[in-house]
Design a protein around this ligand. Structure first.
Ligand SMILES: [Zn+2]
Ligand SMILES: [Zn+2]
Length: 396
């Protein structure tokens, strides 16, 4: 006998049941954190709760990045079923920072300003401060803990953690054991509040100042840089690009930055990456301080950084999507003049450098001479012309 075909559901969404209990969402809470608290209040895991109350395919949904995905239907349904205002539910989604922290058009994965949930090259995306969790009456996970610039807790002055302190597993709400609080490791069941985290020493406390600066700018929607009031989105776009420039620099030069040596030591250590250690978190912490440093004493630090590292105008604008007018305008003033047109470089200056290199028995090349003069070896036309002319006239 032929079997009766299974009825095909015309919708995946569950229409009937409202939530029975709804814990109050915290102002800075992640949607996934609040949904997990709501699930636990129903005595269910996140998967079971989503399947029963939100979507039949609960498991598939809880495996996605609920905090980042753009899904107005989901948010509407949650607002309706929880009887909480839609704008409060929307605020829990990382999408509420769109236009302030990042932009994205139909992007499937979070842009660089937000950590992806799993990125094996760096560290796990969902981080936490054990002390914040400990102080909470109803522990919850903050939105800020997913921001790229946020690697330490300014309140408790400790680095954030991205995994369980005992078994090193990352934090997975969908697998977390159902308890009255969302604080247990899904693998070994240890209380995450007991995870020890390194204190930020006095030497590195500038990083906390940097985090606070970015945090306040995001909250206000603008930053003050030099004499300008700059939209926060512009600053975060620049943050991402400059961070990339610093990160790719093999032997970064930045005399005005006192922690540079420590940063370089750390980068060396990270070449022998050990996934169980916090190195990548410290590196992100450092990168945030360096970008902050470059915004300070504007435009001097930024200008010196470009000059000392032979960065060209192209380095600062290439690959920058929808380049903000403010940035382009500033970079034109700061970098273009410095590195490409630059001051007049005379033949006698080049001759002086060549003699100097000879005295030290160092190799004389277009690059080595340009490095000492402080200009770009191929882009600075004046230099290239004068160098070639000299080369034809003298025997090196
Ligand atoms: Zn904290
Ligand atoms: Zn564990």
């Amino acid at each position: 006998m032929p079997t009766k075909p299974r009825r095909i559901r015309n919708t995946d969404w569950v229409k009937d049941y409202n939530f029975l209990i709804t814990p109050k969402p915290q102002k800075d809470e992640l949607l996934s954190s609040w949904l997990t608290r709501t699930a636990f209040a129903h005595g269910m895991s996140l998967n079971q709760f989503i399947s029963l109350y939100i979507r039949h395919e609960g498991c598939a949904m809880s495996r996605t990045d609920i905090d980042f995905q753009y899904n107005p239907k989901l948010l509407n349904l949650i607002a309706k079923k929880s009887k909480i205002e839609l704008k409060i539910i929307e605020r829990l989604s990382l999408r509420s920072e769109e236009g302030y922290l990042f932009t994205c058009s139909d992007c499937l994965y979070p842009p660089s300003q937000i950590r992806k949930l799993i990125d094996k090259r760096t560290h796990f995306g969902l981080m936490y401060c054990p002390k914040c969790l400990k102080e909470d009456k109803h522990p919850y996970f903050r939105k800020e803990w997913r921001y790229l610039f946020y690697n330490a807790c300014p309140k408790h002055k400790i680095y954030l953690q991205d995994r369980c302190g005992v078994c090193y597993e990352n934090i997975k709400f969908r697998k977390m054991p159902v308890k009255n609080k969302i604080i247990f490791c899904h693998k070994c069941k240890r209380d995450l509040r007991l995870t020890t985290s390194k204190k930020v020493s006095n030497e590195y406390k500038k990083g906390l100042e940097a985090i606070k600066w970015f945090q306040d700018g995001l909250k206000n929607g603008y930053f003050f840089i030099g004499d300008d009031k700059v939209n926060s989105l512009v600053v975060f776009k620049i943050y991402t690009h400059i961070r990339y420039l610093i990160n790719r620099q093999k032997n970064i030069k930045l005399d005005s930055f006192p922690m540079l040596y420590k940063y370089k030591v750390l980068c060396k250590k990270l070449q022998h990456y050990n996934s169980k250690k916090c190195g990548p978190i410290y590196k992100d912490y450092f990168l945030t301080i360096i970008v902050y440093h470059l915004f300070l004493d504007y435009p001097n630090n930024l200008q010196r950084f470009a000059h000392d590292n032979n960065l060209t105008h192209r380095d600062f604008v290439h690959g920058f999507k929808d380049i903000p007018f403010w940035y382009e305008n500033k970079i034109d003033n700061i970098i273009l003049i410095q590195n490409t047109i630059g001051r007049e470089i005379s033949e006698s200056e080049i001759r002086g450098v060549i003699n100097y290199l000879k005295r030290l028995s160092k190799k004389i090349t277009q690059e080595s001479v340009a490095e000492i003069i402080g200009c770009h070896s191929t882009i600075n036309k004046g230099f290239v012309r004068a160098y070639k002319k000299l080369l034809n006239n003298i025997t090196i």
